[in-house]
Ligand binder design. Sequence first.
Ligand SMILES: Nc1nc2c(ncn2[C@@H]2O[C@H](COP(=O)(O)OP(=O)(O)O)[C@@H](O)[C@H]2O)c(=O)[nH]1
Ligand SMILES: Nc1ncnc2c1ncn2[C@@H]1O[C@H](COP(=O)(O)OP(=O)(O)O)[C@@H](O)[C@H]1O
Length: 381
Amino acid sequence: MGKAAAFFVADVERSFSNGFDLKLKDFETAVAVGSKTYVICGTDDPTSSGIRILNKLTGEWVIPTVLGTKPESFKGHSCVLLNKDRILIIKHNSKSNESVWFLEVDTQFIRDQKKKLGTEVVSWSKGVIGNAELPLVISGPSGVGKGTLINMLMKEFPSMFGFSVSHTTRAPREKEQNGVHYHFINRDVMEEDIRSGKFLEFAAVHGNLYGTSIEAVDVVADAGKRCILDIDVQGARSVRASSLEAIFIFVHPPSFEELEKRLRARGTETEEQIHKRLRNAKAELEQGNSPGLFDHILVNNDLEACYKQLKNILGISESMNTVPTTPSKVLDLPVDFSLSQINEKILINHGAAEQMVLDLSLMKGGAPGRTRGLDMYVFDP
Ligand SMILES: Nc1nc2c(ncn2[C@@H]2O[C@H](COP(=O)(O)OP(=O)(O)O)[C@@H](O)[C@H]2O)c(=O)[nH]1
Ligand SMILES: Nc1ncnc2c1ncn2[C@@H]1O[C@H](COP(=O)(O)OP(=O)(O)O)[C@@H](O)[C@H]1O
C-alpha cells in the first residue's frame, strides 16, 4: 500500500443497523462497511473468533475466517473505518506500542484470500509506531550456507533478529528441535492449514512441503525483532507477489563442486537426498538470477567475508548490538476516549486539554504483515 488517501468518514453504528438489532454486548462495537456491518467483539473468550458480520440486505449473520494474529486482551476500544477497506481499532487503557490494530475487511490481500478460501475473510494487522525494519528473505540452494549465515547473525545480534520458524512435512534431522528449527507437521494437517489460509506462502521442495505461517512472522515482529525467513526461491516469489514488503537476498555458491562438497560434508542427508538437492540446485541457481526477484546476490565463498557483506547490506556494524531504530516513546492511552479524524490524523479525545494524535500519513504495509510507519504523540493546543 502506498501513501494513504484521504479517509472515508467513520460510520460507527449504535445498536441498530438498517433496522436489524445488532444485540451489541459490553465492549462490542459495530462498523458499517457498504452493505455489511462488522461487529468487533470485546471479550477475551478464546472460543469466539471475535468478529461477526451482518449482511444488511438479507439480515444474515456470517462468522468470517479470521487471519493474522489477533490482539490479546481486547476490552474497551474505539474504532474508525479507513479508506472503506480497513477498520482502525485503538484499545483503551493500553500502551501505545500495543494499542493500535487494523482489521482489514476489503484490502487486496482480503479480496485475494476471499477468492482462495471461498468464505468471508478478515485479517488483523498490528499497527507499529515508527518504522519497523523490513523482514529479510534469504534463499539459495541446499548446502550453500544460508543456515550458517543466519545463525551467525542471530548469535551476534540476538535482540535484533528473530527466525521465522517454518512448518515442514520432512522428518527432523538429528539435532533439530520441533518449534525451534521447524514445526514438524503431518502432511494432512499442513494441507488443511494451507486450505484455511494460515500460510503466508508454501512450496513443495525436495519432495516435502514447507511453508511460512502468518503467525511465524507475527511472533518475531511482536518480540520487536526483525524477521528472517529462510525459504526457497518459489517461496521468495510468493512473498514478492504478496503485500508483505521484505528485503530479498540470494546466496550463491562459489561453484557447483563446492556446493556438493559442503552438502556431503554436512552429513545430514542420504546419498539419494543429496542427489535430489543437487539436481534442484541447478534450477534454483538459474531462478536466483532472474531479474527483479532478489535485491542482493551474495557469493558465499569465504564465510567471514560473506557474513561481512550481509551485514553491510543490512546496514549494521560490529558495534551494534541493539535494535537499530530509536524506539519511540511509549505513551499511556486513557481508560476511555473517542476518535475523530482530520485528514490523515486521528484525534484521541479524552476530555483533557492536551490531545493525543495518531498520525497515519506515512502508513504502509498491512496484512499479512504489520502496518508500519505510524506516529503517535501528545499535542497541547
Ligand atoms: N517456500 C519455503 N521454503 C522453505 C521454508 N522453510 C525452508 N524452506 C526451504 O526448503 C529448502 C530445504 O530446507 P531444509 O530441508 O532445511 O534443507 P537445507 O536447505 O539443506 O538446510 C531450503 O531451500 C529452505 O530455504 C518455507 O517455509 N517455505
Ligand atoms: N563459506 C563457507 N565455506 C565452507 N563451508 C561452509 C561455508 N558456509 C557454510 N559452510 C558449511 O556448509 C554446510 C552447509 O551449510 P548450511 O548453513 O547448512 O546450508 P543451507 O542452510 O544453505 O542448507 C555446513 O556444514 C556449513 O558449515
